[in-house]
Design a binder for this molecule. Structure first.
Ligand code: FE2
Length: 323
């Protein structure tokens, strides 16, 4: 039986949809949720580099966050060409030209969407291709769809390659915009709230065995995690007296729907993205750093700290993942 909370990204049967046309496979993991159409994710799997390119284009709304899980991708962003490797993350905002060309066999490009509604775009394409052959591919239809989905086709830039470290939109493996370290976890801010229309932050959690967090409150938001290394145990409360327990391994997505308390714990050294961090975690960690220097006694004042956590929408009820 399918685990309702976890998708093993390399297992076709776990996906909500899978198509493979001409050597380009699409794995659909999740459709969007909530008013801002967040937490939608899929994967493009290019079996050979010659399969197909994603042409240079930009969007007039939404965000796209790209992860390479295997292979190598030649990217072009804002006119600069560079390579993206497994473990790297690339975050694209509106009016930023971007394109992708696989540069190694079996390259997998995982894409997290915000306010893009890719599921409807794909459904429309499939409907037209199945029922009105040739219509979808016609320039007239493409023009209409570009307007409808806020997509702006662009001429491929003539610019050359630049060193990866010059591309600010590329967040390389092991690096964060800002890094915070505590005993059992290193937190790397991968995408700031200022880059997601204020909706969320994306963090990489490098956890040692025993790092854990528990969210015991019933709240209306979705949560989504992406495990990229090690093993992480999850518990999801489906009722006051019923929990579902499972272990997520590398290349697993976990999505917790609203009103289900949950917890996670690293069973061994593990790496995991929080793809949808609703807390203002960067702000909270700044406040904690200031307290450490200016008023360290406050850190053991549980009432004061509880108020501080709530002020920054950090609703975990028990944890050792932050200082
Ligand atoms: Fe795009």
């Amino acid at each position: 039986m399918k685990n309702p909370y976890m998708i093993r990204m390399n297992v076709i049967e776990d996906c909500i949809d899978y198509t493979n046309v001409g050597g380009l496979a699409h794995y659909d993991f999740y459709h969007p949720v909530e008013g801002i159409q967040k937490d939608e994710m899929d994967c493009m799997h290019f079996s050979v580099p010659e399969t197909k390119d994603v042409g240079y284009h930009e969007h007039s709304w939404g965000c796209e966050t790209f992860f390479i899980s295997q292979g190598r991708m030649e990217c072009c962003v804002l006119g600069r060409r560079f390579y993206m490797c497994p473990g790297d993350l690339l975050h694209i905002q509106p009016y930023m030209g971007h394109s992708f060309k696989p540069a190694a066999p079996d390259t997998k490009l995982n894409i997290l969407f915000q306010t893009m509604d890719m599921a409807n775009t794909t459904a429309s394409r499939l409907f037209m291709q199945q029922n009105f052959p040739g219509v979808f591919e016609s320039p007239e239809t493409q023009k209409v769809l570009d307007v409808h989905y806020g997509r702006i086709p662009r001429t491929f830039p003539a610019g050359g390659y630049v060193p990866e470290e010059e591309v600010r939109e590329l967040r390389r493996d092991g690096e964060g915009l800002i890094t915070h370290t505590c005993d059992l976890t290193t937190l790397q801010l991968k995408v700031g709230r200022w880059e997601t229309h204020g909706e969320k932050e994306i963090w990489a959690l490098c956890m040692k065995k025993g790092a854990y967090a528990k969210w015991q409150k019933n709240r209306p938001e979705y949560h989504m995690f992406y495990v990229t290394g090690g093993k992480v145990a999850f518990n999801v409360w489906e009722a006051h007296d019923k929990t579902v327990e499972f272990t997520a391994e590398s290349q697993s997505l976990i999505r917790i729907p609203p009103y289900r308390p949950f917890s996670f714990e690293a069973l061994e050294d593990a790496r995991m993205y929080d793809l949808d961090c609703g807390a203002l975690l960067q702000d909270l960690l700044e406040e904690i750093n200031t307290l450490k220097i200016q008023d360290p006694d406050k850190l053991s004042d549980s009432r004061f700290m509880k108020n501080l956590y709530e002020r920054f929408s950090f609703f975990y009820t028990d944890f050792n993942i932050i200082p």
